[in-house]
Design a protein around this ligand. Structure first.
Ligand SMILES: Nc1ncnc2c1ncn2[C@@H]1O[C@H](COP(=O)(O)OP(=O)(O)OP(=O)(O)O)[C@@H](O)[C@H]1O
Length: 319
């Protein structure tokens, strides 16, 4: 039963990893609502916490993680501070498309068996004929030939394996797809093909998409909203077109500028930028920010300004 039009609700959600030196908080106080059928891209550089947030939504956090705050998926609270319960969510309601699909497919069984096992677990008491019908129609949907069913995962190309996972999401009638850099291991042609396929299935099947990428240009082509993440915090969250045309946060501007540079310039910029603030004091972006002033000695909580979530003191004062 769906309580409202929200697919995913995060309230002050923090996720950390237990390490020998204490807890490393990878996601810090994220509050965000994702409506059913929305496509949201989480964009940020390496280490910003994107995958951790995606794994929290998909129910794929390792056991040595700790959590605070609330995460609700449809009508189920899956994270309630330190308590977590993903029963009937992971692999059913939510499916994750990873960067390397082979890592999530059991290497010892054929694609046919992978589909059979997953569908049988999803729909108890289903007949073999019915399973076959679901498999064929989902393969047709992603334009995969039926002979893939006889293959083992390692016998698939990268693009085929990605399509198998997308077909699985369709076969399981998943409501949410978490796509974690799904195209980054593919060549340019396949990148376009898989990105188009993901856009098509989320549109046609009213699936909610959480897409994780470091590429703000790709995000702008696929998603209706973008969340900009930096060192565990969401710094900006808003409608794609407006956010790209008029970014509020200087980090968003930095990502847009970087996307226009050549690969060589991007790398030299990236090397210059490494080493942002990692202590807990002050605005998390202050050491890279060209506009720092007195107030930035405290990290600002995200507020909504003109329908845009933003965590920046300068914007709060200007608008
Ligand atoms: N399994 C893990 N155990 C311990 N620390 C982890 C684990 N996974 C991620 N981290 C740490 O959490 C922080 C956020 O990592 P995460 O992978 O979520 O970021 P990301 O933005 O997805 O980066 P990337 O684009 O490189 O995947 C990093 O400091 C990372 O080292």
């Amino acid at each position: 039963m769906v309580l409202d039009s929200t697919a995913i609700e995060m309230k002050d959600l923090s996720i950390g990893y237990e390490t020998d030196y204490g807890v490393l908080w990878a996601v810090k106080g994220v509050s965000m609502n994702v409506p059913i059928g929305a496509s949201i891209c989480i964009v940020g550089e390496s280490g910003s916490g994107k995958s951790t947030l995606g794994n929290a939504i998909a129910g794929l956090l390792p056991p040595y993680t700790v959590s605070k705050g609330i995460l609700r998926v449809f009508d189920k609270i899956v994270i309630d501070n330190e308590k977590r319960d993903y029963r009937d969510i992971h692999g059913k309601i939510v499916v994750r498309i990873p960067q390397n699909p082979l890592s999530s497919l059991n290497p010892f069984i054929t694609i046919n068996e992978i589909f059979f096992d997953a569908i049988r677990a999803r729909y108890r008491g289903i007949t073999k004929d019915e399973i076959r019908r679901i498999i064929y129609s989902s393969l047709d949907y992603v334009e995969l030939p039926r002979d893939v069913l006889n293959r083992y995962p390692h016998q698939l190309s990268g693009g085929m394996a990605q399509r198998v996972i997308i077909a699985l999401a369709i076969a399981l009638n998943s409501k949410i797809i978490v796509a974690d850099e799904p195209t980054s291991s593919l060549d340019a042609y396949l990148r376009g093909l898989i990105a188009t396929l993901i856009s098509r299935i989320v549109r046609e099947r009213n699936i909610t998409l959480i897409m994780i990428t470091h590429d703000i240009l790709l995000a702008s082509k696929i998603c209706d909203k973008i969340a900009i993440m930096y060192r565990g915090y969401i710094l900006e969250f808003g409608e794609t077109k407006e956010l790209i045309e008029r970014p509020y946060h200087p980090y968003t501007q930095e990502l847009i500028d970087a996307s226009k540079l050549s690969k060589k310039d991007r790398m030299s910029n990236f090397m210059k930028s490494i080493g942002g603030k990692i202590s807990g004091i002050g605005c998390i972006y202050s050491e890279r920010c060209p506009y720092v002033f007195g107030k930035c000695s405290v990290h600002p909580e995200m507020r909504y300004v003109n329908n845009r979530g933003v965590a920046c003191w300068r914007i709060f004062l200007e608008r």
